[in-house]
Design a protein around this ligand. Structure first.
Ligand code: LER
Ligand code: MN
Length: 269
């Protein structure tokens, strides 16, 4: 099993980013714990030196399977569903600006929180239309560069828009592009899916990336999810990508990363 962990390139508010702060120092630790990759959370790619990010990660023999984009919502409130067309355009431009970095890194671009929420005074149908058209534009831009996008269903406490794997699959089918797939996250699935395993099976080859956290969003092994069953089901679909840790720094980032990898490697999958 190829394992990675989320690492922020900037200080971030989002609590489930285990690692924040000095990038290279964290990459060194992540490599020493036995991970095969890092998943950078990048708020704004124009503030990051692309060559040095990719070089720093490769220097420590790690891959970059995916790039997270949610800080653009978390820190700047950019989203596809903002009532202001300028903000919606900025959100699309921001995702488009990830394409060269993702191409250089060989990573998929994650679209999660940037879809936004249903803001006050906006009808749900309208929000869904804005979301769909922004989403389609991003997929087309990425597609031209041969970059894949992974859409992440999120639980109801973060957004009312697209909480389940099934609804997200329907969106993907409506867009109808080969470079668009799903990022499934066990934390969200534990809240929203009737059966985590069944949902993994229905998404099958559409799964482009996979996040793991336990039921309490601590490291795998700290809650009550059955990772053997979940990951056996994931691999039975033919999934050959990374399993990426996105969990809280509890009791701290280093202990969480080490305990998480110990639990997952211990499954012998
Ligand atoms: C991001 O991958 C995620 O899972 C979200 O919960 C971010 O808020
Ligand atoms: Mn996630």
């Amino acid at each position: 099993m190829k394992l990675s962990i989320v690492l922020s390139t900037h200080a971030a508010k989002f609590q489930a980013v285990a690692y924040k702060g000095d990038f290279e120092q964290n990459v060194v630790k992540i490599a020493s714990y036995g991970f095969d990759g890092v998943e950078p959370a990048v708020r704004d790619p124009s503030l990051v030196d692309h060559d040095s990010l990719v070089a720093t990660v490769s220097k420590h023999a790690l891959a970059i399977p995916a790039i997270g984009t949610g800080q653009a919502w978390g820190e700047e409130r950019l989203s596809f569903t903002d009532p202001d067309p300028k903000v919606r355009q900025q959100a699309v431009d921001r995702i488009a600006s990830h394409v060269p970095l993702a191409k250089k890194a060989g990573a998929v671009i994650i679209i999660g929180l940037v879809r936004g929420i249903i803001q006050e005074g906006v009808r749900e149908k309208q929000a869904r239309e804005w979301m769909f058209s922004s989403f389609k534009t991003c997929v087309e831009i990425a597609g031209k560069a041969g970059v894949r996008i992974a859409f992440e269903p999120l639980n109801r406490y973060e957004t009312p828009l697209l909480n389940t794997a099934k609804e997200s699959l329907e969106l993907i089918e409506r867009v109808g592009a080969d470079n668009l797939g799903l990022l499934l996250d066990t934390f969200h699935m534990n809240i929203e899916e009737p059966s985590i395993e069944q949902s993994i099976k229905i998404c099958a080859e559409r799964i482009f990336h996979f996040h793991v956290a336990d039921s309490n969003r601590w490291y795998p092994g700290a809650g009550h999810l059955d990772f053997r069953r979940i990951l056996e089901t994931l691999f039975s679909t033919g999934y050959a990508g990374f399993v990426s840790g996105e969990f809280m720094a509890v009791p701290d980032a280093d202990v969480a990363a080490q305990k998480g990898i110990q639990h997952l490697r211990g499954l012998g999958l």
